[in-house]
Design a protein around this ligand. Structure first.
Ligand code: CP
Ligand code: NVA
Length: 304
């Protein structure tokens, strides 16, 4: 079996992604995809964080324990990474100890360095460019509430950041329409949009929030300041017109749901009335990180 890294939604075909999501749904339903009660017993997962995390850390840790495996957490400042040891050397060493490595890092190039030098599967736990574990949980959440995501309309509101790029990949892989409303200065990377168009994806981006959300089944936003971004008044002013408030939700479809990967900033990218309101499914979304990542771990370790 070739090594199974989970790096991005554009690097897997739709059948493979669906296999992981089917397993995730089965775990959630209490009908695991394998007969073994501890399918990852004897396996160790290393979680490496060069940026902060609450959900990713806890959901991977709990998920791996539920699957019978063990977990080791390394943070930049308390490991030799913080004193300049290279990702390449870290990859070589950890591969002698553990069975799978998840990396949350500042630059996609460091993830690729890990992939090049590790000899065990590598999982992308967020880079400056993408956040695929999150969007797997997001797709699962949409399907939990609205049924199959294929053919649905999703509106992305705000910064064309790592989450926006991963939603672009998802639109192609899961066959839904994605309308991104972003300030001109904060569009998603041109390469991601070009890839989606070349694949025949229904993805558009412009600065018109009301047309993006009109009739949408799903409204999504994210922080105005991602980890590693420079905060400031200029950025706030660019993004303020893209705040998701009750008026924005009223323009969406009658059964529209609201998603946010969290952490959220009430009064900035979303009002409290929306994120704490009846259309918000953000707590299911956070829960689904656990189930989705169990599906991902099972696939990476050859169990599904
Ligand atoms: N959504 C998400 O990845 O959250 P954390 O930064 O807390 O892991
Ligand atoms: N776009 C955010 C997502 C956090 C989970 C960031 O990169 O900080």
């Amino acid at each position: 079996m070739d090594r199974r890294d989970f790096l991005d939604l554009d690097t897997h075909d739709r059948a493979t992604l669906r296999r992981m999501l089917d397993a995730a749904k089965a775990f959630k339903a209490g009908t695991p995809p394998t007969a073994e009660s501890k399918p990852l017993a004897g396996k160790t997962l290393a979680l490496i964080f060069e940026k902060p995390s609450t959900r990713t850390r806890v959901s991977f840790e709990v998920g791996m324990l539920q699957l019978g495996g063990d977990v080791i957490v390394l943070e930049r400042e308390s490991s030799q990474l913080g004193r300049g040891e290279t990702v390449a050397d870290t990859a070589r060493v950890l591969s002698r100890y553990v069975d799978i490595i998840m990396l949350r890092t500042t630059k996609v190039e460091k993830l690729m360095e890990m992939v090049e030098h590790a000899t065990v599967p590598v999982v992308n736990g967020l880079t400056d460019r993408t956040h695929p574990c999150q969007v797997m949980a997001d797709v699962m959440t949409v399907e939990q509430h609205l049924g199959p995501i294929a053919g649905k309309r999703v509106a992305w509101c705000g910064d064309g950041n790592n989450m926006a790029t991963t939603w672009i990949h998802a639109a192609v892989r899961f066959d839904f329409e994605l309308r991104l409303a972003c300030p001109d200065q904060l569009h998603p990377p041109a390469g991601a949009l070009a890839w989606a168009r070349a694949q025949g994806g229904r993805v558009s981006v412009d600065a018109d929030l009301s047309s993006a959300v009109s009739g949408a089944d799903v409204v999504v936003t994210d922080t105005w300041v991602s980890m590693g971004d420079e905060p400031g008044i200029v950025r706030d002013n660019l993004l303020r017109p893209f705040q998701v408030d009750d008026r924005v939700m009223a323009a969406a479809g009658p059964n529209a749901i609201f998603l946010h990967c969290l952490p959220a900033h009430r009064g900035q990218e979303v009002t409290a009335s929306v994120i704490d309101g009846p259309r918000s499914v953000v707590w299911d979304e956070a829960e689904n990180r656990l189930h989705a990542q169990k599906g991902i771990l099972m696939w990476c370790l050859g169990k599904i």
